[in-house]
Design a protein around this ligand. Structure first.
Ligand SMILES: *Cc1c(COP(=O)(O)O)cnc(C)c1O
Length: 415
C-alpha cells in the first residue's frame, strides 16, 4: 500500500514531458480528491459561497489580506471549477498561473486595460487578429494610449518603435491568415533589454506546438474557443504567465467583471483532455493538405509554416513541435472567372468543411477572408492590406486526412 504522500508524488513533470499527460491530469502531482470521490472536476454551479458563522467569515477576511484565498466568496472573485481548469492551462503552457475569461477577446482586452494607462504606448504587429488591432488603434486611443503597428518579422522596426513610455509589445504566432511565425526568443530579448513586457496570442499554435513562456515571453493568451476547447461548442479565453502578473490581472477582473461561467469551464476541461490527441491530427491534416495544395496546378500559392516555401519555415522548425491545422492559399481563376468567384466557387464545391468563421474544432471549416472578414472593404482596399480576393483559409478538423484531400481535389476540379 502506498501512503497518502507517496500517492501524490508526481511521476511526470510537465517541463520534461509533452502535453499529453498534463492535458489529462492537470499539473504534476495533480491527482486531487474531488467532492463525492468524483473522478471528473465537479461543476460547482453557484453564484455565492456561505460562511458557517461570523468567526469563519472574519478568519477568511483576515487570511485574504495576505494570500489569495483557497475557498469561494462570491462568483465574480472565483469559482472552484474555473480554478481547476486554470491550473491545468498553466501547466500546459508551463506558466506559474493562468486566468480564464469568457472569450479570447475578453482575455486580450482585459489584459491590455490592466497593463496600460493614459500616456503609455503599445506596439502591435500587423497580421494580428483584426479585433485586437482595432482595440489598440481605436478604443485605447480614446483613453490616450498610443499605439504603433509594425510589420511582423521586422525586428529593426520593432526596436525602433520602442519609446520610453512603451509598456507592452503584442504579437501573435502563428498569425492569421498568413501564419507568420515570430522569433519569440529574439522578440523577448529586444523587449527585456528595453524593459517592455511581451504578450503573444498563441491561439493558432496551442501549448502542444509552442510554449512562448519558455522563450522568454511574459504573457501568453489563447482564444480557448478554438483548439483548447476544440468542439466549436464553448467560448473562453485564457492568459498565462508569472504569478504576480496574473494576480494583478485577477484583481482587475474582479472589478471589470468578465468572468468565465463554470459550465463553460467544465466543457473546456473536457475538451482539454483530448487536446494532445486532437492537435496531432490537426497538425497531420494541415501538413498533408498544405503539401497537396502546393502541388496542385490550380493553386497559386500556399502559406503553411511547415512547408519550406513559407517565409518563416526556418524559425518555425526550431520553435514549434507541429504547425497546426490552418492552411491559407490562393486559387487561380479559370478563364472568365474573377478572383472573387474562383475562391467562392471552390468553397461552394467542397463537401466536408463547413463555411464558418473560427478554427480549431473537430470539424473542418473553410472561408474566403475577402467575404468573411473584409466584406466592407473594396477590392482595392483589400489588395492594399494584402487580402487578395482569391484567398482561401482552410482550417482542418480531425477528419481522415485522405477524405479532406479527396474533397479538396474534387472541388478544385469541379469549380
Ligand atoms: C478567435 C481568436 C481570437 C478571439 O477569441 P474569441 O474567443 O472569439 O473572443 C483572438 N485571437 C485569435 C488568434 C483568434 O483566432
Amino acid at each position: 500500500m502506498l501512503t497518502e504522500t507517496e500517492k501524490r508524488t508526481p511521476v511526470w513533470t510537465e517541463r520534461e514531458s509533452g502535453t499529453g499527460t498534463a492535458a489529462v491530469h492537470g499539473p504534476a502531482g495533480g491527482r486531487r480528491r474531488h467532492a463525492h470521490h468524483a473522478l471528473t472536476t465537479p461543476l460547482v454551479q453557484t453564484a455565492t459561497y456561505t460562511f458557517d458563522d461570523t468567526a469563519d467569515l472574519r478568519a477568511y477576511m483576515e487570511a485574504k489580506m495576505w494570500a489569495p484565498p483557497e475557498r469561494g466568496e462570491y462568483g465574480r472573485y472565483g469559482n472552484p471549477t474555473v480554478r481547476e481548469v486554470e491550473k491545468r492551462l498553466a501547466a500546459l503552457d508551463q506558466g506559474d498561473d493562468a486566468l480564464l475569461y469568457p472569450t479570447g477577446m475578453a482575455a486580450i482586452t482585459n489584459t491590455l486595460l490592466a497593463i496600460l494607462s493614459a500616456g503609455s504606448h503599445v506596439i502591435f504587429t500587423d497580421d494580428c487578429y483584426r479585433k485586437t488591432r482595432h482595440f489598440c488603434s481605436t478604443f485605447l486611443r480614446r483613453f490616450n494610449v498610443a499605439s504603433t503597428q509594425v510589420p511582423v518579422g521586422d525586428y529593426a522596426a520593432l526596436e525602433a518603435a520602442i519609446r520610453p513610455e512603451t509598456r507592452l509589445i503584442v504579437s501573435e504566432s502563428p498569425t492569421n491568415p498568413y501564419l507568420r511565425v515570430a522569433d519569440l526568443e529574439r522578440l523577448a530579448s529586444i523587449a527585456r533589454r528595453r524593459r517592455v513586457k511581451t504578450m503573444i496570442d498563441a491561439t493558432f499554435a496551442t501549448p502542444c506546438n509552442v510554449r512562448p513562456l519558455a522563450w522568454g515571453i511574459d504573457l501568453v493568451v489563447h482564444s480557448a474557443t478554438k483548439y483548447l476547447a476544440g468542439h466549436n461548442d464553448v467560448m473562453a479565453g485564457v492568459v498565462v504567465g508569472e504569478a504576480g502578473l496574473i494576480h494583478a490581472l485577477r484583481q482587475s477582473q474582479g472589478m471589470l467583471g468578465g468572468v468565465l461561467d463554470p459550465h463553460a469551464a467544465f466543457l473546456l476541461e473536457r475538451g482539454l483532455k483530448t487536446l494532445d490527441l486532437r492537435v496531432r491530427r490537426h497538425n497531420e491534416n494541415g501538413r498533408r493538405v498544405a503539401q497537396f495544395l502546393e502541388n496542385h496546378p490550380r493553386v497559386e500559392r500556399v502559406w503553411y509554416p511547415g512547408l519550406p516555401s513559407h517565409p518563416d519555415h526556418e524559425i518555425a522548425r526550431t520553435q514549434m513541435a507541429g504547425f497546426g491545422g490552418v492552411v491559407t492559399f490562393t486559387v487561380a481563376p479559370r478563364p472568365g472567372q474573377t478572383a472573387l468567384e474562383a475562391a467562392s466557387r471552390l468553397i461552394d464545391a467542397t463537401t466536408i468543411p463547413y463555411i464558418a468563421p473560427s478554427l480549431g474544432g473537430v470539424e473542418s471549416l473553410i472561408e474566403q477572408p475577402a467575404i468573411m472578414s473584409y466584406y466592407e472593404l473594396s477590392a482595392e482596399e483589400r489588395a492594399a492590406i494584402g487580402i487578395p480576393d482569391n484567398l482561401v483559409r482552410f482550417a482542418a478538423g480531425i477528419e481522415e486526412t485522405e477524405d479532406l484531400i479527396a474533397d479538396l481535389a474534387q472541388a478544385l476540379n469541379e469549380s
